[in-house]
Design a protein around this ligand. Structure first.
Ligand code: COA
Length: 196
């Protein structure tokens, strides 16, 4: 009993996660068509009347203003007018959670984060199709690489980007946070090089 209590208390206090870096070389990004007739649109700070749709996909209201003010771009998939999923692209650094500090990106690289497909639409290659559309735009703008972090235990978050050409670095970053006491302790990877 005491051991169970101790374990529960520990897991309440600590959050540990092993993340893997994904790298997409934009020159070799694959074109992916979703399995449903979805269209993908880009939204930025000049065209951001999309917050309600983003909230619907997320499942709760979020203050998106910080992302817009940092000039991040949201790619949103729609079936007619119904929003199915989104992902975000940032240019000013990579981070684990929105609230965490950003680490600098190398020149020519962008960062993909916070991708979601609504539960009932998962498995339709919507996430890889959004990556494919974002990759095409970024390549046109002169970017060379796109990075992302995926939790190692999240099979879909690793499998879906692979469909769009992402390769995952063997380098893992281990994150550890003591609830309410410490913030993330993030180790910067030595090099963002894809190996598999
Ligand atoms: C991760 C996520 C965005 C994928 O979106 P999606 O639009 O359903 O992507 P896909 O249609 O390509 O489906 C995921 C792929 O992973 C595969 N997959 C699912 N679970 C898997 C697992 N545990 N191990 C390996 N592969 C898995 C699916 O079979 C599918 O591949 P397939 O088309 O060859 O069958 C979606 O699952 C999601 O919103 N998850 C919650 C949020 C999240 O975890 N985001 C992660 C990034 S921050």
């Amino acid at each position: 009993m005491l051991r169970v209590l101790k374990r529960k208390t520990r897991s309440f206090i600590h959050y540990r996660s092993v993340q893997r870096f994904g790298v997409l070389s934009l020159g070799s990004a694959r074109e992916v068509q979703p399995r449903v007739d979805a269209t993908i649109q880009a939204f930025d700070s000049s065209n951001m009347a999309i917050d309600q749709d983003l909230n619907l996909i997320k499942g709760r209201p979020i203050d998106w203003s910080r992302r817009w003010s940092r000039r991040h771009i949201s790619y949103v998939a729609f079936l007619d007018k119904e929003p199915l999923g989104y992902l975000w692209i940032g240019f000013d650094g990579w981070h684990v959670m929105d609230s965490d500090p950003s680490f600098p990106l190398p020149a020519g690289a962008a960062f993909l984060y916070d991708a979601i497909t609504r539960t009932e639409w998962r498995g339709n290659r919507i996430y890889p199709a959004m990556i494919s559309r974002a990759a095409c735009d970024l390549r046109r703008r002169g970017f060379a690489e796109l990075y992302l972090l995926a939790d190692q235990s999240n099979g879909a978050a690793i499998a879906a980007p692979r469909h769009a050409g992402f390769r995952f670095s063997s380098y893992e970053i281990r994150l550890h946070r003591a609830f309410m006491i410490f913030r993330w302790r993030t180790t910067r990877p030595p090099a963002l090089t894809a190996t598999s």
